[in-house]
Structures are given as C-alpha cells and as structure tokens.
Design a protein around this ligand. Structure first.
Ligand code: PLP
Length: 505
C-alpha cells in the first residue's frame, strides 16, 4: 500500500474515513434489512466458491474487502435481525446493543483478571447484579457471564459433581469406586444437558429424560419415581435440570415440586431459564420464579430475551464461592495480575481469556431501562396472541401447545382436522399422520427457501409442527400479518386448498 507505513496499522486519517464509511454501512444495513431476502437460496459451498481459496500473500485495501462483503457475504447470510426472521426465539439485536459491540471492539481487552481490565470486571459484576435485582433473586445468588447456556450448565454440573463426590477436581473419576451419576431433565429440555454430561464424564445415557405432562411440563411424580428407582439400584442421583421456557413450546416446569424432590434426595437443582427466565422482569410473569430461591444454579440468556446481542449468558450460583472452589487455578505467569482482586472472573470457569461482554449489556439496559424492555416484551406477547387467534379462526390449522411466552407451535391439518386428541397421546403412525408431518415440514421449507420469512419446525409428541418465535424489536404487526398470509398461501399450494381466512376478516 503506497500511503501505508511499511510497518504499523492503517494511518489514523485513513482509518477515520473507513469508520465513517462503516457507520453508514451499518445504518444502511439496519434500514434496508427488511427488504432483503431473509435467508439465501445458496447450496453448501456456494459462498466459499465465490471467494479466493488462496491465503493472501499481500495486503488488500479496505474498499476491496468491503466490496466482497457486499457482493458475497451479506447475500450469503441468514439475517437473524430481519423482521421476518421468526425462527428459534426471534432475535434481539438492538441499536444500543450494536453500539456496545462497536465500542468493545477497539478496546479489545481481556477481562481474565481484575487487573487486566478493572472496568470490564467491575462492569460485569454490576450488570450481573442489575439482572439479579430485576429477577428478584436474593443476594446470596451471584453470577458469571459466559458465552452460552450450554457452557453454563456444564459448569453448574461440574460443581454438582464435585460436591457429590469430593476430590473429583483433584483425582478425576476413573479408578475410583464411584456410583454412576444420574442427571434428570424433562423430555422437552435442551440437548445441552447431554452435551454437559458428555464433557464431564457423566455420560450421555445417564441423563434421564422425565416424561412431560399434557402441557409439556416435567411430570414431577414421574421424576420422583425415577429418582427413587435409581437410588434403589445404587445409582447416584446427582442433579435435576428444570426448564423455565422450553425450547419447543416455552413451557415451564413445576420448579417448587422439583425443588422439594431435590432437597429430599440431596440433588443439585439447576434452572434452565436460558430463554424464559428473562420474562421474570415482568410482574405478570412473577409466577415463573416460584421455587427459584431453592435452586443451586440458574441460567439466563439475555441474548435470547433481554435485548443483548449474542453472546451473553449469565450463570447464577447460590454462593458463587462453590463455583470458584472448583475452577480457581492460578498459573505462575498470572500470579502478579491476580493479587489485589476482589474478583478475577477467570476463577469461575474453564475459560481464561474473556471478552468485554458486559459493556453491551450495560449500554442496552441503560438505553431501554426495564420499562423499555418490558414494553417490547409485552408487544411480542400481544402479537403472539393475535397470531394464535388467527390460527384458531382458520379451521385448517390447529394450535399444538398452550401459549406461555411469545412462541407459538401450530400445525396445518387441512380439511382433515384431527379429532381432538388428548395432548400427550403417543405419536400417530398412520399414513395420514405422516403425510401431515411431511406437509408441515414442506410448508416451512418452502417458506424459508422463498427468502420472504424464516420459521422453524419441531416435533411435539412425534408430530411435526411449525413454530414462530417473536423477540425481534423490528417485527411489527404488519410483518406478522404478512407471514400469516404467506403460511396460508403456501399451505394452500401444498395442501388441499380452500379459501384462506385473511387476518382481520
Ligand atoms: N436452554 C434452552 C431452553 C434453549 O432453548 C437453548 C437454546 O436455544 C439452550 C439452553 C442453549 O443455549 P445456548 O445457545 O446459549 O447454549
């Protein structure tokens, strides 16, 4: 580069120009995102084929790199922030959150100890405490920020394991005469529980899936019977993972009953509130917090519900020292940087290097306040109820699960609406049922391939259902009307036809 110093970064004046250009690029993206395809129509490998496979030998100008971003990368994205992206739980990228990400990039600190970045450490403690207050958790709960809930549950179970079998940290699990652990979670819980069991040497098969009731909540009586049976067979019941806001239907397990069983059998109680826990900031959802005070650990993902851009997941532990005892380990080269600290977050998990995640949470939560977030969440709840009403009116569709949070599961049944069957009945195996499963799956695939919206599909009691999650601040009632019309049209084309009921008819 002719005006670049032979050694050294981009000159400041040039960097400033690039930043201004990028600021416009980001604002334009945000402004135009609703007009883009939600997801590309690309085949695997197509994006890479558009880019040079040869690792660069010489540097290239920013303009050229940005041009490739516009030409290849952006059209190759599934745009999670698109207002018609209604998959998973919706998405929570917000302008203040994005600004927070932008500020943390140039700071580029490593918040492993207090001294390596005092402000990042203290801001992390501060936002963890703000969230604790909003959730009305007692002060004995303190937390740590990880990237994801999957990592959080693994750390929680590591502490449970150490407390159940002391010295595991030092001696490991092999060549010791130990009972087989059992971990219990509902048949609706997230697969991160098995992943944690795999990583911790507990073993995937030792995660026991407890049946759920007609409303997809863990059946506490079944849990009690399973724990009793396992204890009699010389297993070691270790922990229960109760879910507040399950992945498919956002159902809420009966935490107080589960807590009682945990107490009786000295099991660790972990609450997976990755998605649903955030709703506790709304007074009308206070009911979901029942039993939380009895928990040993609780996960909340503000990147799912509380408007913080990915990634930001908080693990709360009753008496955080329990977590520190399992993971603190200071190598010599870090000793000097750990001396004066009240808290060095590297002590609370396997990760050493840590991003400055707290900044974006602090910025978005200050910008919105609890009331601002509550207003958005209530709007999403209003919208999901509206959609559920449209589904109820159109006799060719049926709701597949109760509405608990802004997530709706529904199924196209065409003219052959199923006779009402008790939820919880086993999967139907008739040809008609599997045809409907294929049809529902095809409707979702067709819509996603169209680039006009993005939904997910899931299975409930063996039946394929469509699923919409609302959590995006850009999604409006009009977007929802558009997607409902698209679902009706697509179902008409692929199913048996009939005149659609338009929203508002
Ligand atoms: N728990 C629940 C209930 C989830 O729905 C999910 C993911 O959607 C997870 C845990 C895992 O979350 P993460 O991606 O943060 O690991």
């Amino acid at each position: 580069m002719k005006d670049r110093q032979p050694l050294g970064d981009t000159p400041v004046a040039e960097f400033r120009k690039q930043l201004h250009k990028l600021a416009d690029w980001i604002a334009d993206y945000r402004e135009k995102i609703g007009k883009m395809r939600v997801a590309p129509n690309a085949k695997p490998g197509a994006i890479r084929a558009e880019l040079s496979a040869q690792a660069p030998e010489q540097g290239e100008p920013f303009e050229k790199i940005l041009a490739d971003i516009d030409r290849v990368i952006v059209p190759g994205m599934t745009h999670w922030s698109h207002p018609m992206f209604l998959g998973y739980f919706g998405w929570t990228a917000t302008a203040p959150g994005l600004l927070g990400e932008m500020i943390s990039a140039p700071l580029n600190v490593n918040a492993m100890t207090w001294r390596t970045c005092p402000a990042a450490t203290e801001l992390e403690t501060l936002v963890i405490d703000w969230l604790r207050q909003w959730l009305q958790l007692p002060e004995e709960f303190d937390g740590v920020v990880y990237d994801t809930a999957s990592v959080g549950v693994m750390h929680a179970l590591a502490v449970a394991r150490e407390e159940a079998v002391p010295e595991t940290r030092r001696l490991g699990l092999t060549n010791r005469d130990l009972p087989r652990f059992r971990v219990y979670t509902s048949d609706q819980a997230h697969s991160s529980v098995e992943k944690a069991a795999i990583a911790l040497g507990i073993g995937e098969d030792n995660v026991q899936r407890v049946p759920s009731d007609a409303e997809f909540r863990m059946d506490a009586a079944a849990l009690r019977a399973m724990v009793k049976r396992d204890a009699a067979e010389k297993f070691k019941p270790l922990a229960v993972i109760a879910t507040v806001g399950t992945t498919s239907t956002a159902s809420v397990d009966p935490v107080p009953e589960i807590a009682k069983i945990c107490h009786e059998h000295k099991m660790w109680l972990h609450i997976d509130g990755a998605y649903g826990g955030g709703f506790a900031i709304l007074p009308e959802y206070e009911w979901i917090t029942k039993g939380w005070r009895s928990a040993d650990s609780i996960i909340i993902n503000p990147h799912k519900t509380l408007f913080v851009p990915l990634d930001f997941s908080v693990l709360y532990v009753r008496d955080l020292e329990r977590l520190r005892r399992v993971f603190t380990l200071v190598p010599e080269y870090l000793r000097g940087d750990t001396v004066e600290a009240e808290k060095n977050y590297m002590d609370y998990g396997i990760q050493l290097g840590r991003r400055f995640r707290a900044l974006k949470a602090w910025m978005i939560w200050r910008a919105f306040g609890r009331e601002g977030m509550a207003a958005f969440m209530r709007e999403h709840i209003r919208l999901v109820n509206l959609l559920a009403d449209w589904i109820r009116i159109d006799k060719r569709f049926e709701l597949a699960a109760p509405l608990v949070m802004p997530v709706v599961c529904f199924r196209f049944v065409g003219a052959d609406k199923d006779p009402p069957s008790p939820t919880g009945s086993p999967a139907r195996t008739s040809g008609a049922a599997s045809k409907l499963d294929i049809l529902n799956s095809e409707i979702v695939e067709r819509i996603n391939a169209s680039g006009r919206a993005y939904l997910t599909q899931t299975k409930l009691r063996g039946r394929t259902v469509m699923r919409i999650g609302l959590g995006n601040v850009l999604t409006t009632e009009q977007h929802l009307r558009n997607v409902w019309e698209l679902i009706q049209e697509t179902s008409n084309e692929l199913g048996r036809g009939g005149s659609p009921n338009r929203p508002g008819d």
